[in-house]
Design a protein around this ligand. Structure first.
Ligand code: PGA
Length: 245
């Protein structure tokens, strides 16, 4: 039975001591097969010992070589990671990641049998947003084989870390737009789409009313105890969904 996929994106947070507290907290909560934890890469070995699925926040597209500071999909797979986040808006913004680079990363991840959480989303909530989202998706997925390894995370950039979220109607319309696009362009029915951007314990019951959402990508709230309350709320609330995982 597939449940909603819940991705914890720790970004560049927590020190070693806080990671060990976090892991102890995880051990006191039930293990959920639909949770993917993406810690800062230096902490991967600690998380890989747990029962949760573990992913990376980024990869480089080559398999090995002289690329100081980078981590490849092949290496990620070899330690037991099962997924990677690609195209997060913070990488697009602070590290100038282009759609072309994102496309290469996705292909490399899939070649190495990793699942891909592809982040897309508009910077400004205006009429041009659907066109921009469409472009991001088409460029990112250009000639990507095995689309069933990909999950899209719709994250309006302005909603990330801001405590602001779009209305349920806006999120729902955008998610259906994305699913329609994937169906019309690639013949993929009910493509899994997550929502991300200021998801927290206070708004999860509202967000859960949106039809068509296949899970969530959670940043700030995934660092705190409330993350596990959010997971429990979602799992108690939900029927089967398609999460491509
Ligand atoms: P947030 O981050 O939940 O803190 O808004 C989401 C993300 O950046 O993936």
């Amino acid at each position: 039975m597939k449940k909603k996929l819940i991705v914890a994106n720790h970004k560049m947070n927590l020190d070693a001591k806080k990671v060990s507290v976090y892991i102890k907290l995880m051990q006191t909560r039930a293990n959920y097969s639909n949770v993917l934890v993406c810690p800062t890469s230096v902490y991967l070995p600690f998380f890989l010992k747990q029962e949760y699925k573990v992913g990376l926040q980024n990869i480089y597209f080559g398999n090995s070589g002289s690329f100081t500071g980078e981590i490849s999909a092949e290496q990620a797979k070899s330690v037991g990671a099962s997924a990677v986040i690609v195209g997060h808006s913070e990488r697009r913004e602070h590290f100038n990641e282009s759609d072309d680079l994102i496309n290469k990363k996705i292909k490399s991840a899939i070649e190495n049998d990793l699942n891909v959480i592809l982040c897309i989303g508009e910077k400004i909530n205006n009429k041009k947003k659907m066109k921009l989202i469409e472009e991001q998706i088409i460029k990112a997925l250009f000639k990507v084989p095995k689309l069933e390894k990909v999950i899209i995370a719709y994250e309006p950039v302005w909603a990330i870390g801001s405590n602001k979220t779009p209305t349920n109607r806006e999120i729902g319309e955008t998610i259906f737009f994305i699913k329609d696009l994937l169906e019309n362009k690639y013949g993929y029915h009910d493509f899994p789409v997550l929502y991300g951007g200021s998801v927290n314990k206070g708004n999860i019951s509202t967000l859960e009313k949106i039809p068509g959402v296949n899970g969530y990508l959670i940043g700030g709230a995934s660092l705190k105890d409330e993350f596990f309350d959010i997971v429990e709320y979602i799992n108690n609330n939900n029927e089967v969904t398609n999460n491509n995982y």
